[in-house]
Design a protein around this ligand. Structure first.
Ligand code: FES
Length: 194
């Protein structure tokens, strides 16, 4: 009798498992993700402003970048151009037949050498065997600085990159010899920083 009850219980359980196996789901599906759509609608509902704001207040919309204080769009464009100009001189842009040479007097070394306008003052000095100071060779420190005695540095050299000297320093004749290319003859004192 007990065996029959056990058998019936087992059969019932098996039927329940089979029934669950073939039962269809509830038909529920995850709703479509509309969060982006909602964000876009909310962004569209925020009125545009025509004044500079310190932060982007667009809601999920990725609005235009903030315009620097006092800068209208036209002025910003000009600023962009200025930035491009500030990016520095590219010595590779000089064609072989446009290479020019200038007489550079190294005051402390007591010699005058010819330096091409696509060669740095530091490289030219090192080729002479002089032990000139440097560290990064990328215009990012000031280890290689030198002082042009003839006037504002920008009248005599072009920097391919300058992340260390202020305009006032260059007005006073300082340059970064590792990234300075001559555009005229001049006298320089190496190992001189502002
Ligand atoms: S070696 Fe660093 S700026 Fe010239």
């Amino acid at each position: 009798m007990v065996e029959l009850a056990g058998l019936l219980g087992g059969a019932t359980l098996t039927l329940i498992v089979v029934a669950f196996h073939y039962a269809k789901g509830t038909g529920w599906e995850a709703p479509e993700d509309i969060s982006q759509e909602v964000l876009e609608q909310r962004a569209a509902s925020v009125p545009e402003t025509d004044f500079a704001e310190p932060y982007n207040r667009s809601i999920g919309g990725g609005g235009a970048a903030a315009i620097p204080a006092g800068g209208a769009e036209g002025e910003l464009a000009e600023g962009d151009e200025a930035e491009e100009e500030d990016e520095g001189f590219d010595p590779d842009s000089i064609a072989d037949d446009e290479v020019e040479y200038y007489e550079i007097e190294f005051a402390k070394e007591g010699e005058t050498i010819e330096v091409a306008n696509n060669e740095t003052i530091l490289d030219a000095g090192e080729e002479e065997g002089w032990d000139l100071p440097y560290a990064c060779r990328q215009g990012q420190c000031i280890s290689c600085a030198g002082h042009i005695q003839d006037g504002p540095a920008e009248d005599y050299i072009r920097h391919s990159q300058n992340e260390s000297l202020f305009e006032d320093d260059m007005e006073d004749g300082y340059c970064l010899t590792c990234v300075a290319y001559p555009v005229d003859d001049f006298t320089i004192e190496t190992s001189e920083s502002p």
